[in-house]
Write a protein that binds this ligand. Structure first.
Ligand code: GLN
Length: 205
């Protein structure tokens, strides 16, 4: 069902935990479209690249001809959230949309699944972050802001309206990163601009 005035967010649904992102986005008022082929990108206001397995996801992106349309859209400023494998897929060795190099499984392959409380500048404090065979981001370029670190390693980075994190906010219903995405859409004058007054007290009409 399409709520009037609600932003439409595409969730890449080739592989990985896209369902959990869908649920969280719908809870905070977005209309969600699963993206599997280039035509699914038409008319979107924002994008989420979920966690999963970055090699499988990258092969799927190539197979479906999604790489160029994703580069065009995100490169031209579409607000985007990447989580875990999504961070890897965005990095300079893959889609080249985030000026970092992701180190895969950087905390160790199997055992290093853990939780941490993080303060993410501009997103929220005390974020309960679940890490599962997570990457971290290395060699951030000059436009990249590191928002949070674990043991001195960047686990949340932002470049303009692309936010990428090593953890899984969708698994514990942490809504503030997805809200950040809707806020960026609203700032760009996307459909969320119409939706904001119902969700934010004191918003201008
Ligand atoms: N280890 C995975 C990869 O390298 C990412 C893990 C995840 O998304 N939870 O693709």
């Amino acid at each position: 069902m399409v709520a009037p005035g609600s932003p439409t967010v595409g969730v890449l649904a080739l592989q990985g935990d896209f369902e959990a992102h869908r649920g969280l986005l719908e809870e905070i008022g977005a209309t969600v479209r699963e993206v599997r082929v280039p035509a699914d990108l038409d008319g979107l206001d924002g994008l989420v690249l979920p966690g999963g397995e970055s090699t499988t996801m990258t092969l799927g992106i190539e197979r479906e001809g999604l790489a160029e349309p994703l580069r065009d859209l995100i490169g031209s400023g579409m607000p985007t959230l990447g989580t875990c494998a999504g961070l890897i897929v965005l990095d300079r060795g893959h889609l080249g949309l985030l000026d970092v190099t992701a180190a895969r499984n950087a905390f160790g392959r199997q055992v290093r699944s853990f939780e941490a409380r993080l303060d993410l500048a501009g997103v929220g404090d005390g974020v309960e972050a679940i890490f599962i065979r997570a990457p971290w981001a290395t060699e951030p370029g000059p436009e990249v802001e590191v928002l949070a670190e674990v043991d001195g390693h960047a686990v949340a980075v932002r470049e303009r309206d692309v936010l990428a994190v090593s953890f899984h906010p969708e698994l514990n219903g942490e809504p503030r990163l997805h809200r950040w995405l809707l806020d960026r859409i609203a700032e760009r004058g996307g459909a969320a601009a119409a939706a904001r007054p119902t969700t934010t007290a004191g918003g201008s009409p």
